[in-house]
Design a protein around this ligand. Sequence first.
Ligand SMILES: NC(=O)c1ccc[n+]([C@@H]2O[C@H](COP(=O)([O-])OP(=O)(O)OC[C@H]3O[C@@H](n4cnc5c(N)ncnc54)[C@H](O)[C@@H]3O)[C@@H](O)[C@H]2O)c1
Length: 340
Amino acid sequence: MSRQRPIRVGIMGFGQTGRQIYELAAMSEDVEIVAVADIGRPHILHYLLRSEVEQPEKFRLEGNFLVTDRFRSRLVEIDRPAEMPWDVFGVDAVIDSTGKFRDSQSMGDHLASGAPRVILRTLPTDDIDRIIIPGLNEASASADDRMISAGSATTGALALLLDSLAEQFEIVCGNMTTVHAYTSDQALQDYAGSDYRRSRSAAKNIIPNNHEASDWIGYFLPQFEGKILTSALNVPVQEGCLLDVNLVMADSAVDAEAINAAMCKAAQDHPGIIGVAEDPIVSSDVIGSPLSLLFDLKGTIKAGQNTIKTLSWYETRGHAARLLDVVRLYDSLDSRKEVA
Ligand SMILES: NC(=O)c1ccc[n+]([C@@H]2O[C@H](COP(=O)([O-])OP(=O)(O)OC[C@H]3O[C@@H](n4cnc5c(N)ncnc54)[C@H](O)[C@@H]3O)[C@@H](O)[C@H]2O)c1
């Protein structure tokens, strides 16, 4: 059933992800961003947005409002969900893309402030109602869900890859390394933080990191519980990430061609979410991709009897697009509930 009015969304955290969500919403026909909460000052947030969108002239600052051809968004300088009066803006959902408020208590603060639903940009730190990865488990969503996470870009990409391959092959175990663009919580110069290696300059180093995807894969794909190790290497690249996955296959007859054929089928089954690259691409070629996973057909190789290595690409814009997909998913569940 098509919706009569646009979906009204609030964003908390107008960083890299928040700004991408904003630009995607401005280009959409169904989502309006009605309010943006951030610790940043409105004219600085506007300046950052303009510096990276394709058509900066379409994003104007009028007092404390960010204005596009489709909607006006109130910019509110605030640092806690409990302080943001979401009820005043009549939002249908809030996306929290601060990276700071990952627990159910903070998500509850968004709800208590008048957001009917809150969607987290990353994985939660405790129990919430649901984690949805578009292309994987939308069917598990319930209109009663209030605190939702859209997973993380890396966990989503890995889960989609494993799910696509597990449809056709039995996978014994495996490991994933994400070769990841540096993130804003890393220091540009050596700077003492809570973690030794992450205290080193992001601009100068390949920095090994733990990655929490292994803790979550079993949530989405129970057959992989405890069978996939994950880690990260943060590298001096601003955007564009590479998922390097090695898998031990049960059947030694599985070869690179069969893996590639399975991923081409997955791309057909999940248009806009999974894609395949035939060209010999590099990380800058994936910048701006709205996909969750771009499988690299040239990257598949086989070692020995049973080991397959794959490469796939992804970046933040794909995750921003998925966050809006999750907003739309819940909106459609609400519409169905209203009709019933
Ligand atoms: N970008 C990535 O590749 C990536 C990968 C993995 C995880 N993450 C996580 O996701 C989070 C968001 O990603 P991002 O790249 O958009 O980060 P970002 O640092 O670019 O954006 C965070 C935004 O939230 C705002 N903010 C911070 N604290 C706030 C508070 N208390 N109240 C209101 N606003 C606040 C900041 O001013 C900033 O605008 C990161 O913090 C990180 O933990 C990002």
